[in-house]
Write a protein that binds this ligand. Structure first.
Ligand SMILES: Cc1cc2nc3c(=O)[nH]c(=O)nc-3n(C[C@H](O)[C@H](O)[C@H](O)COP(=O)(O)O)c2cc1C
Length: 371
């Protein structure tokens, strides 16, 4: 007679064959986080080809680059991919604030012998009609949004094409808002996470919740599948997330040291030395809170956030400085985005990482049942 409970073999084989992987057309519900320029076409394609979900962060792209990257990735993989856009408020231009910030930054420009400080401008488009039309034309399996969902009329059009919609929540309240606004799945983004906080409704302080606390509370309060993100770097983290009710995981930092990623060598060096370093939340690089490895700009801007212009315009002043400094091997002005599990980075190709993670999780579930 067949056992009512699945065998350990069945559990270890089946943890990944769930409703989320089915809806996204995946073998494994492991998502490589969209990471603006760091998540290259090569990285995303390798992840999708290995059975996970590769993601491209496209908000800093011009329209022609969005379509060219999409064409490149569809030439490299037939599997599902996720296109990611940001939904921040358009920045307001505050002349006095901009002047104050430029004055503050001048000393750094002088240090590197750069005479010309560029005009502060918007480096990253909020999700708009042109991007929507392009998205509908590209028709990917999945779209994800950071900083909340776009307006209802946009969501309606995306839903009409059956594109699966995901977005990040940093509190239970935000998860409920996403559920009521048309998301198909919610990412619970813990405070450990690298890169920008997805906070869009709660205060940033309210969203400072570790994944172990945030995830089960979101699972208990929404009907949608929940994807865990923040500090997950190996099979133990994934298994723990599943035990807390997640149907999938999204890993960012763990993929940064894959050779397919497009990450500055000084950033890789910082990730590989991250055991001796610290990560912290800062607005210094873009005007919006994000977690990165502590370096000079992060340290020296601490407590001076009130002089920062709006997200993302800060980046237009910091980027040229970061470029000049990094040319002479100086990481001081690079945004070294990383989550709290950065010291667990493995420096292995994306396919190997996916296979390793899957094996680790399967072994854990097998052992739990056997012990
Ligand atoms: C370098 C970097 C860039 C990121 N850029 C984006 C982005 O463009 N869009 C987005 O939705 N999330 C972005 N994130 C956040 C991730 O979606 C995710 O929440 C985070 O990577 C999870 O934490 P972990 O890095 O500890 O795995 C970024 C994260 C990192 C590390």
């Amino acid at each position: 007679m067949k056992e009512e409970n699945p065998t350990s073999q069945e559990i270890s084989m089946k943890w990944y064959a769930n409703s989320l992987s089915k809806a996204l057309g995946l073998k494994y519900p492991i998502i490589q986080a969209p990471m603006a320029s760091a998540a290259s076409v090569e990285l995303a394609a390798a992840v999708s080809n290995a059975g996970g979900l590769g993601s491209l962060g496209l908000s800093y792209h011009k329209l022609e680059n969005i379509i060219s990257d999409y064409n490149k990735i569809t030439n490299k993989t037939n599997h599902s991919v996720n296109l990611n856009f940001m939904t921040h408020k358009n920045p307001s231009i505050n002349v006095t604030k901009n002047k104050k910030f430029k004055n503050h930054i001048t000393k750094y420009y002088k240090e590197y012998g750069i005479n010309y400080i560029p005009k502060i401008n918007n480096t990253c488009e909020t999700f708009n009609t042109d991007q929507l039309n392009l998205l509908l034309h590209m028709n990917p399996k999945v779209v994800s949004f950071h900083f909340g969902l776009p307006k209802a009329s946009f969501i309606k059009k995306i839903k009409e094409q059956n594109i699966y919609i995901i977005s990040s929540a940093t509190t239970v309240e935000e998860a409920k808002i996403l559920e009521n606004s048309g998301a198909d799945a919610v990412i619970a983004q813990g405070f450990e996470a690298g890169g920008h906080r997805g906070t869009f409704h709660s205060s940033y302080k309210e969203g400072e919740i570790g994944l172990f606390s945030l995830l089960p509370q979101i699972v208990d309060n929404v009907q949608l599948p929940v994807i865990a993100a923040g500090g997950i770097a190996d099979g133990r983290g994934i298994a723990a997330a599943f035990m807390l009710g997640a149907k999938g995981v999204q890993l960012g930092t763990a993929f940064l040291t894959c050779p397919e990623a497009s990450v500055h060598p000084l950033w890789i060096k910082a990730l590989n030395n991250s055991k001796e370093r610290e990560t912290r939340i800062t607005s210094a690089f873009t005007g919006r809170p994000a977690r990165g490895i502590v370096n000079r700009l992060l340290r020296e801007m601490d407590g001076k956030e009130n002089i920062l212009p709006d997200f993302p315009t800060v980046g237009s002043i910091i980027k040229p400085l970061a470029n000049s400094a990094s040319l002479i091997g100086d990481e001081d002005f690079l945004s070294l985005w990383a989550g709290q599990s950065a010291p667990m980075s493995q420096n292995i190709p994306a396919r190997d990482l996916i296979e390793k993670l899957v094996k680790e999780v399967s072994d854990i579930f097998k052992n739990i049942k056997n012990n």
